[in-house]
Write a protein that binds this ligand. Structure first.
Ligand code: GLU
Length: 428
């Protein structure tokens, strides 16, 4: 089959990895099937009146993949490319992400098909409130707890919290995380995913005995994750030689001054377009640069069978969810490229979401030093465990992460399912 006609499906990538881990664990077929499928998937349709007086209809989703380990947790994505298969994959990755880092949450994800850049703030507020109303029975601090994802942020989370609270007649802060501080958000949440990516990158560099001050990195995506990963790595002395966003990609072999770029980005309508001190390159070429670390922090399936053979980085740290398609895995492995999987690499976001949820539930507010320290401890432990299991089973860190997560979820699930009398692991 020609690579041209391979259409990548993130849900299939998830299933491919799941099956490898399930086979290593000898997981019984019935529990295997159960964990491949979401517990619940909901499609909602709602309309809002736009600023120009027209009424527009929107389709949105919420997929609850699994709740064995706790209330389901996961972001809401606003993007024109949102579809049910993508949301299903993202929901399952949230289950594995929480399980691998030891956070007591299940996994979920939501999305609305829309282009947030084409809507005013008032329209985005209406869209968010209508979506919340449509899913008011699903959300809840002990049931399903949304958070930001691509195209959403603290504003949307604040509107969701407010709408949910109005519907229930009392303030319910813990229904959503990633809120503004004044709406009950947590210190450190905005930068948490990027901070986590940088912590994990430093650990990966250490594994390969590369000193941060001698390392180079290329970062795809300058949204919340890419920007903060770049900033924290720059602060640790890593030379960021290339960055990109949807509008532009550029390269500077001497290293980009990241704080200066962030200033430019903030004054330039949140885009890096036109930043003067570098050379523009093609978007796809950023992925192929000869760097120590490549951080794809934009979207799914950017590294596939098609370009994997040309990747020169020594380490790939998955800032985005699912940036490496499953058909690229063997090629990267054969090239001896260390891939740190999304469900570990970008788990900093959900980890600090957990801290926010805890603070809301306990009516506490924690210091930033306390938050960052706990985040670091959790990610370090996750990293060590993943690499230990990888050595034990002679598998990639990704399959190791799936083995850890799957085992944990399967064991808890089987205790919950009274009807499940078959053995959890096949006897042979
Ligand atoms: N959307 C983020 C993720 O993919 C954060 C989810 C959360 O904090 O619940 O991990």
């Amino acid at each position: 089959m020609s690579s041209e006609i391979i259409k990548h499906n993130p849900f299939q990538s998830m299933i491919d990895r799941f099956n490898i881990a399930a086979d290593i664990l000898n997981l019984d077929d019935s529990i295997k099937q159960k964990l491949q499928r979401p517990e619940k998937q909901i499609t909602v349709n709602f309309s809002i009146t736009l600023n120009n007086g027209n009424v527009q209809n929107f389709e949105g989703y919420r997929v609850i993949h699994n709740t064995a380990l706790g209330p389901s947790k996961g972001g809401i994505r606003y993007d024109t490319a949102v579809n049910l298969d993508e949301v299903k994959a993202l929901a399952a990755w949230m289950t594995w992400k929480s399980a691998v880092t030891g956070i007591p949450f299940g996994g979920a994800k939501g999305g609305i098909i829309c282009d947030p850049r084409n809507h005013s703030k008032t329209e985005l507020e209406k869209i968010t409130r209508a979506y919340t109303k449509a899913l008011a029975d699903i959300f809840g601090p002990e049931k399903d707890v949304p958070a930001p994802d691509m195209g959403t942020g603290p504003d949307e989370m604040g509107w969701l919290m407010d709408e949910f609270s109005i519907l229930h007649g009392r303030p319910i802060h813990a229904v959503v995380t990633g809120k503004h501080l004044h709406s009950g958000g947590s210190l450190g949440r905005v930068e948490a995913t990027g901070r986590g990516v940088s912590i994990i990158t430093l650990l990966a560099l250490e594994k390969l005995k590369i000193r941060p001050a001698r390392a180079t990195a290329a970062i795809q995506g300058f949204g919340n994750v890419g920007l903060h990963s770049a900033l924290f790595l720059h602060e640790k002395g890593v030379k960021i030689v290339a960055v990109s966003d949807v509008s532009e990609a550029f390269y500077n072999p001497n290293g980009i001054n990241i704080p200066e770029l962030i200033l430019y980005y903030n004054l330039n309508n949140k885009t890096i377009k036109g930043y003067p001190n570098s050379v523009a390159i093609k978007h796809e070429d950023l992925l192929l640069l000869d760097v120590d670390v490549l951080i794809p922090a934009a979207k799914e399936d950017v590294i596939t069978q098609k370009n994997a053979g040309d990747i020169q980085a020594r380490i790939i740290v998955e800032g985005a969810n699912g940036p490496v398609a499953s058909d690229a895995a063997q090629i990267l492995h054969d090239k001896n490229i260390l891939v740190v999987p999304d469900i570990l690499a970008n788990a900093g976001g959900v980890t600090v979401s957990y801290f926010e949820w805890l603070q809301n539930s306990l009516l506490e507010s924690w210091r930033i030093s306390q938050i960052n320290k706990r985040l670091e401890d959790i990610l370090e432990k996750g990293f060590e465990t993943v690499f230990r299991v990888a050595v034990k089973h002679n598998v990639t860190p990704r399959i190791a992460a799936y083995i850890i997560a799957l085992k944990k979820v399967a064991e808890t699930q089987s205790v919950k399912e009274v009807a499940l009398e078959a053995p959890l692991f096949k006897q042979n």
